[in-house]
Ligand binder design. Structure first.
Ligand SMILES: *Cc1c(COP(=O)(O)O)cnc(C)c1O
Length: 466
């Protein structure tokens, strides 16, 4: 399998190359040249297998020659062995139609662990074969940072520089990042929003002064390997609820469009997906794009679901590329227009292709609270504010009664205890495995929201590519 850029002019890479590269040199995102497809019989045969085996089966066509099948399975067992639940991503029932897919049993209580625990091992594996050092630079609205730091802390040949918008991540999220004192971990709090931080990271990927000296890698969901690992739990949940013999709909709390794009990939691979419901909070660029074709950047409004406080969704580019006939030159022009004007109109092919599978809904603060209250009072489940956006959208989506609707529970409720307590009167407690988070020493530098200051800091502390 080789990987091409959505903007058409970067060199194609194999899986190992795409994993280490992050953003393509033409500013695009790597996507597999074609979608592997499983037959119905192949999908039926996946039922009842341990998660790590399912993961290796679903990911093998994407990994290609970069890893042997045995090695891939070893890495999956190591990554998913760190989860606190045997099923890794268990499914729970709300009512006769609504279900919850719990993705928060990893070390940092966020769904991002599912992909990043594997990605950390893939980095170590691929770097171990070369003389290269990798400098990971990422931006986080909270959960990516802690999950990425946990996944690479102490690993050889990798440094991680994680930017977060100062004061805009929860205290649990911040401490999960800043209390990791491994020497290869560098936390940077910047003045500004998540989008400002992400824009700096993107700029660094295209900055020859940096890329000539450092091999800059990505842990944001622009990294294809992350999305690949997320495809697996769509299969896991679908199989539990009757796939391939009956279709399943998914409601996905969405920010950067990575998680829900993994659902699109699962559908492309043959999983019968009835609908993908894109759930946003009031930062609703995706809801607007999917309902009216208008992808235009608004200003970020902070909400109780900070990991969805995003006005530019990087992975939407992957969908636009696929729906636009995989025409890299056309997409490069479309994205250049967006970057210049901060607004873009979907083409007819893109809008119609999206409408065939995607629905969307947005939740305001009251609707988020109501969804948290509903889950608690009617079903006895505490859910976090991100998951609440998904539940709100799932219940209002009008999916046929016979089709199960699975909301992806993207964070543990104890990561956002204040919002949960306001809605239910219950304060969720942190699982014991998180330990003495509030007693540990923190380490973090404060920098202005200024590209030159951030690059100077990275250049001073990173190891050249070698
Ligand atoms: C990252 C995150 C999201 C958004 O996921 P995307 O892949 O960026 O769409 C939603 N909820 C939580 C809790 C997250 O951490």
């Amino acid at each position: 399998m080789d990987y091409v850029s959505t903007r058409g002019s970067a060199q194609a890479l194999d899986f190992a190359g795409a994993t280490l590269a992050g953003l393509a040199s033409d500013g695009g995102l790597y996507v597999p040249r074609e979608w592997p497809r499983f037959t119905e019989a192949e999908i039926a045969a996946m039922a009842g297998r341990p998660y790590a085996e399912l993961a290796a089966t679903v990911m093998a066509p994407f990994v290609g020659e970069s890893l042997t099948r045995e090695r891939l399975l070893d890495l999956c067992r190591a990554a998913y062995g760190r989860f606190a639940h045997k099923a890794v991503t268990p499914v729970r029932q709300f009512d006769e139609q609504q279900w919850l897919l719990e993705l928060f049993h990893g070390p940092t209580l966020a769904f991002k662990d599912v992909a990043l625990q594997l990605l950390g091992l893939l980095f170590e594996e691929f770097l171990g074969r070369s003389d290269r050092n990798l400098t990971i630079v990422g931006a986080t609205s909270g959960d990516t940072g802690s999950a990425a730091i946990d996944a690479v802390a102490g690993r050889a040949k990798v440094d991680i520089f994680m930017l977060h918008p100062r004061g805009r991540v929860s205290e649990v999220q911040r401490r999960q990042m800043t209390t990791v004192l491994a020497p290869n971990v560098h936390n940077i709090a910047i003045e500004g929003s998540f989008d400002d931080a992400q824009a700096m990271v993107k700029r660094m990927f295209n900055d020859a002064a940096m890329t000539d000296r450092f091999a800059i890698g990505a842990v944001n969901s622009i990294n294809w390997a992350r999305l690949m690992a997320q495809v697996v739990y769509y299969f896991a949940a679908g199989l539990q609820l009757g796939a391939p013999h009956r279709p399943v709909a998914f409601s996905v709390p969405t920010g950067n469009f990575g998680d829900v794009f993994a659902g699109y990939v699962a559908a492309k691979m043959g999983l019968p997906v009835e609908r993908l419901i894109v759930a946003t909070n009031v930062n609703d660029i995706l809801h607007r794009a999917l309902t009216s074709g208008d992808y235009s950047q608004g200003t970020v409004t902070p909400t109780a679901a900070p990991s969805m406080d995003i006005q530019v969704s990087s992975n939407f580019e992957r969908l636009l590329f696929d729906l636009g006939g995989c025409d890299g030159a056309a997409l490069a022009a479309q994205m250049a227009g967006f970057e210049a004007t901060k607004t873009m109109q979907l083409t007819n092919a893109q809008a119609q292709g999206a409408a065939a599978l995607f629905t969307s809904a947005r939740a305001d603060a009251d609707e988020m609270s109501q969804a948290i209250r509903w889950a608690w009072e009617e079903c006895g489940e505490l859910i976090d504010p991100h998951t609440a956006c998904g539940v709100h959208a799932a219940r209002g989506a009008g999916i046929d009664k016979g089709v199960p609707v699975v909301t992806l529970a993207t964070a543990h409720p104890a990561k956002f205890p204040d919002a949960v307590e306001r809605a239910t009167g219950q304060r969720p407690s942190l699982p014991v495995r998180v330990g003495d988070l509030f007693e540990r020493e923190e380490r973090c530098v404060d920098l202005p929201g200024d590209y030159a200051a951030v690059t100077a800091y990275v250049a001073e502390h990173a190891v050249p590519k070698g």
